[in-house]
Ligand binder design. Structure first.
Ligand code: C2E
Ligand code: MG
Ligand code: MG
Ligand code: MG
Length: 285
């Protein structure tokens, strides 16, 4: 996130920066409008069992239904939101929308919400989560907060907030696991329940050593392991053989609008249907 930034997060001067700065201000203003005018949408990507592909929950992924540019993925605006601080109200909005939606899902289906460093540093963050749970009626154990390793090493208010979320009964997940710098020591100190094997370590014909090692590590720490970014049946098969029990990826289903997930879940409920085949091809990005 802080790529290309110096100590303290300030960008060093480079020619052309003013123009980019102006462009960035326009984007931030547009994003503020998007929040106010409800142009943001939450998509949901199913998390499924290995083997079998039964839906156990979904990850909430924000989208921007831009009036001119169409549907934008987070890659197009999350950085601007982070740097401007808009990520805090944006994150609260996603959290509230996602918990409200998940409260309508049957059984024990869970929802995962991505939380940024800046959100987690806010002293009021646990209260924001508690209020989202209260207002939606979603039981705390059906919410997972996803953080990245760089967020988890934040210390201070961050560590206290992680513990406070734990105390609420919310589950914690380490996202993009293996791509950070402090993986091992972090597992010993950070109170997480789940790790998500980063997509870059999913076996694709080559070595399975990292995927295997991460699973053994998860087991040693008593954590659930989820494999992210599964695109092919072969990958699903290899991960199943390694012993992974949860997965997420285009092979099973793309991120989709809430209504589509509701239908997929209802189908599964009615028919006890297993996703041997991927769900119908949603064009969500
Ligand atoms: P993430 O949390 O690691 O989410 C997984 C990303 O991988 C999603 O991208 C998803 O669409 C994509 N993905 C899932 N399966 C596959 C696959 O099989 N192949 C490939 N190539 N990609 C797959 P998306 O939705 O573009 O989100 C990107 C990142 O933006 C997320 O990564 C997360 O870090 C961030 N993000 C998304 N929504 C939010 C949010 O509400 N708040 C914050 N703070 N960050 C968010
Ligand atoms: Mg995530
Ligand atoms: Mg990830
Ligand atoms: Mg990511």
């Amino acid at each position: 996130e802080a790529k290309g930034r110096g100590e303290g997060g300030y960008e060093r001067y480079r020619p052309g920066m003013e123009a980019r700065g102006a462009e960035r201000s326009r984007q931030v203003a547009a994003l503020r409008t998007a929040l106010l005018e409800e142009q943001l949408v939450v998509f949901f990507q199913p998390v499924v069992t290995l083997p079998g592909g039964r839906i156990t929950g979904a990850e909430a992924l924000v989208r921007w239904q831009h009036p001119e540019k169409g549907l934008l993925g987070p890659g197009a605006f999350i950085d601007a939101a982070e740097q401007s601080g808009l990520i805090v109200p944006l994150g609260t909005w996603v959290l509230r929308a996602a918990t409200r939606e998940a409260a309508t899902w049957p059984g024990e289906l869970t929802v995962s919400v991505n939380v940024s460093a800046r959100q987690l540093r806010q002293t009021g963050f646990p209260a924001v989560v508690a209020s989202a749970l209260r207002d939606s009626g979603l039981p705390a154990h059906r919410l997972t907060v996803e953080i990245t390793e760089s967020v988890a090493v934040g210390g201070g208010a961050t560590s206290e907030n992680l513990q406070a979320l734990r105390d609420l009964g919310v589950r914690l997940s380490l996202d993009d696991f293996g791509t950070g710098a402090s993986t091992l020591s972090l597992l010993a100190t950070c109170p997480v329940d789940q790790i998500k094997l980063d997509r870059s370590f999913v076996p694709d014909g080559g070595s399975e050593a990292i995927a295997d090692a991460v699973l053994q590590m998860a087991r040693a720490f008593g954590l659930q392991a989820v494999a992210e970014g599964i695109e092919t049946a072969e990958q699903a098969e290899r991960l199943t053989e390694l012993g992974y029990e949860r997965a997420q990826g285009f092979h099973f289903a793309r991120p989709m609008p809430a209504a589509d997930l509701r239908s997929a879940v209802a189908l599964g409920e009615a028919g006890g249907r297993e996703l041997e085949q991927p769900l119908v091809g949603h064009q969500g990005r």
